[in-house]
Design a protein around this ligand. Structure first.
Ligand code: ADP
Length: 432
């Protein structure tokens, strides 16, 4: 079967989140890390190209996205999905407020289409849109933690206004009254907006039912822009239904390990839980990472520690610390230097663990995951069953395990239940 849906995601864990929703709704999905140099080799229904464009200036985000579009078109996809964050944030500096609008309009121009929708609604994750306003949990986006975000503050919850400020063309709204009436009413509203000269429309959605009503109305829309929520309503347009076979991965083999560079609250709980259970754990002290030699020494030490233990069961290598300790390290080393050195060290340790025979690897932390995937030279991930919302098991070819590949679970900071580490590894074993 030919490729149906081609997706462009503006960051790595966001791409996995989207892929996970598509798999759960009946599609077989591969995620690529960046734009592949070659044609896709996998027999799947959808492909998600993971870019790193969320926090780059609009010109750069546009260039990356157009490159991804060109590759997707060459693969013959029938529909394109531009995926951004469910809090609708992106590049922000002074007068330039966001790259979602510029990327959407550039994709529309390149595809020769004159209308698309925009909605970050993801009710499963407490992101809902009503009258064009984005709610995070029970409050407006502008009253959530996002108002103080250091890089991408969101102090206006009115998405029509936010998107209009980023766009050349007119932005409108498909409100909840219309969405509640179903696909036909949505289609009619789209035609009416189009006739008024509107080119992008924010869509209200407060429940999965709304997203399922929206899905059929998007059937013939060449380009859809959204968070990951809208994805649940699309596979049915090709007659695809949720099925356990879409998330089937090759059987798991080899040894098990966890690498954690996330200091988010959920991860702190997960590290504590693994240790409480008596799991072997090695802690990385960032202050030791003074230069390349010290970094290499730490990698060797961690691997020498892990080698005899990992044959017995899962081991954990972590830099996870509570906020006070992280603050102290950042003051001493500088936040960027500390972050980069810790990521590089953990990524080299992940590489060494795979060389020791680890074939089931859990990585905690978005940036940490990016560094590990790079160190393992992973270019493509096949998306498997969900462990917790937003985190699926994946299988990836790597030159470090030729012919075999490695199972990886890439968990962004605040995802996952406290027992995530042992639960995820047990799930893979049970499925094997
Ligand atoms: P999350 O998904 O929780 O945000 P990330 O991996 O994206 O996790 O980001 C965590 C960042 O913090 C990384 O750059 C990592 O290298 C850095 N880091 C990890 N542990 C420490 C530590 N103990 N002190 C300072 N920085 C750390």
């Amino acid at each position: 079967m030919s490729l149906l849906l081609g997706c462009i995601a503006d960051d790595f864990t966001g791409a996995t989140d989207l892929a996970n929703n598509l798999v759960r709704s009946g599609m077989r999905v591969v995620q690529t890390i960046g734009v592949p140099a070659q044609a896709l080799q996998a027999d799947v229904d959808a492909v998600v190209v993971a870019l790193k464009s969320r926090t780059v200036p609009p010109e750069e985000a546009v260039a990356q996205s157009l490159q991804a579009l060109a590759w997707l078109k060459a693969q013959g996809v029938q529909q394109v999905y531009f995926k951004y964050c469910s809090t609708f944030d992106s590049w922000y500096r002074g007068d330039v407020r966001g790259n979602i609008g510029p990327v959407s309009e550039a994709l529309m121009a390149a595809m020769g289409t004159d209308f698309t929708i925009a909605t970050p609604a993801f009710p499963d994750n407490q992101r809902t849109v009503f009258k064009g306003y984005l709610f995070v949990g029970d409050g407006l986006l502008s009253e959530s933690g996002m108002k103080d975000h250091p890089l991408t503050p969101m102090n206006d919850a009115n998405l029509v206004r936010v998107l209009q400020a980023q766009c050349q063309h007119r932005v409108g709204l498909i409100d909840h009254k219309t969405v509640a009436m179903g696909a036909q009413a949505i289609r009619e509203r789209i035609q009416a907006l189009r006739a008024e000269g509107v080119r992008l429309a924010v869509v209200d959605a407060v429940s999965n039912d709304d997203l399922m009503r929206l899905g059929p109305a998007l059937k013939d829309m060449p380009l859809v822009t959204a968070g990951s929520g809208v994805a649940i309503g699309l596979p049915a347009n090709w007659g695809l239904k949720p099925s356990p076979t879409t998330s089937r991965l090759p059987p798991a083999q080899g040894l098990q390990a966890i690498v954690s560079g996330s200091c988010s609250q959920a991860t702190q709980g997960q590290v504590a839980e693994f240790k409480q259970r008596g799991g072997p754990a090695w802690s990385l002290d960032p202050l030791r990472l003074t230069d390349d030699q010290a970094l290499a020494d730490c990698v060797q030490e961690a691997l020498a520690w892990a080698a005899p233990l990992v044959a017995q069961g899962p081991v954990l290598v972590y830099s996870t610390s509570e906020p006070g300790a992280v603050q102290a390290i950042q003051t001493q080393m500088g936040a960027a230097v500390a972050g980069h050195r810790v990521e590089q060290t953990l990524a080299q340790i992940a590489r060494g663990l795979v060389q020791l025979g680890v074939r089931q690897l859990v990585v905690a932390g978005g940036e940490t995951s990016g560094a590990c995937v790079q160190a393992l030279a992973i270019e493509q991930l096949q998306i498997g069953p969900q462990i917790d919302p937003g985190v699926p098991w994946c299988h990836a070819p790597t030159p470090l395990a030729p012919g075999q590949g490695v199972h990886v679970a890439l968990k962004s900071g605040n995802f996952g239940t406290p027992d995530f580490f042992s639960k995820s590894l047990a799930q893979l074993k049970a499925a094997a």
